[in-house]
Design a protein around this ligand. Structure first.
Ligand SMILES: Nc1ncnc2c1ncn2[C@@H]1O[C@H](COP(=O)(O)OP(=O)(O)O)[C@@H](O)[C@H]1O
Ligand SMILES: [Mg+2]
Length: 254
């Protein structure tokens, strides 16, 4: 089948590799994620998790292999063409407009993904985008902070805002890069709630170092090490796996 296909997997990676000079950051990745599926990717620092996201989004296209998104081959598509097809991501490093309010950040994000559909000459705010921005601000529990300037938010609230922005324009699939990093236990609980309450058709991959968070927000887990996938399974299987436990608790120096 050549064209886009709604019944196809959300993501299908075949033989995907990525090298930076002599360094093989990813080697021969085979990964299938079904529509609406929630997948956790775990692995130590330098395992290649963020590089996996960069290949999927097109920020750094793969050196080898192919990527299908809902059946369509997007391997050579520029990032904006992938966004247009409903792919979103968050970054490990924040990309917020820190001098603007919460609601303005979400609004700009909604405007960004809708570009082309509205005239830039129109000076008035677009009502549909304003209500989307309001809905997303509520969804991530930032309604009471909607007029707060982003630099005055707590770190955890800034991460929640990033999630709202990733949800703009009704995505079909989202890549979350360590959204729980640096969060307090209370903020972690809120994050888990936000993720588990996303509409069920909205699939995602979450890179997560905290095993507890990862296992609670995913249907299936992929383990990476040294640029390779070395194990996949249901959260309960992964939790009990001796090899995984050795890698996580044994500290092998990587
Ligand atoms: N843009 C880049 N240029 C050169 N090397 C990179 C680049 N991005 C990542 N790497 C290297 O690729 C490997 C995997 O990195 P990364 O995907 O960031 O790992 P993770 O997110 O699992 O911690 C590391 O050795 C890292 O130094
Ligand atoms: Mg990373």
């Amino acid at each position: 089948m050549n064209g886009p296909n709604e019944s196809a997997n959300a993501l299908e990676l075949r033989g995907m590799s990525k090298s930076f000079g002599a360094l093989a950051a990813l080697s021969d990745i085979e990964l299938s994620v079904g529509p609406g599926e929630r997948r956790a990717v775990l692995g130590s620092n330098g395992a290649g998790k963020t590089t996996l996201f960069n290949c999927i989004t097109g920020d750094f296209p793969p050196s080898e292999g192919s990527i299908r998104f809902f059946g369509e081959d997007i391997t050579r598509f520029p990032p904006h063409e992938r966004i247009r097809r409903g792919l979103r991501r968050t970054y490990q490093i924040s990309l917020l407009f820190t001098g603007l309010s919460v609601i303005d950040n979400v609004y700009l994000s909604c405007l960004g993904v809708s570009r082309g559909r509205f005239s830039f000459l129109r000076p008035r705010r677009n009502d549909a985008l304003v209500s989307s921005a309001e809905e997303l601000t509520q969804r991530v529990n930032l309604w009471d902070e909607r007029d707060t300037i982003v630099s005055d938010l707590s770190y955890g609230q800034q991460r929640q805002l990033e999630i709202a922005m990733a949800l703009s324009g009704a995505p079909r699939f989202i890549l979350f890069d360590e959204p729980a990093a640096g969060l307090s236990p209370t903020e972690r609980r809120e994050l888990v709630e936000i993720l588990t309450n996303l509409p069920s058709h909205m699939g995602y991959i979450i890179i997560e170092h905290d095993m507890d968070v990862a296992l609670r927000v995913s249907d299936y887990v992929t383990m990476m090490h040294n640029g390779r996938i070395f194990k996949e399974g249901k959260p309960a299987e992964i939790e009990e796996d001796p090899e995984v436990q050795a890698l996580y608790l044994g500290g092998d120096g990587h």
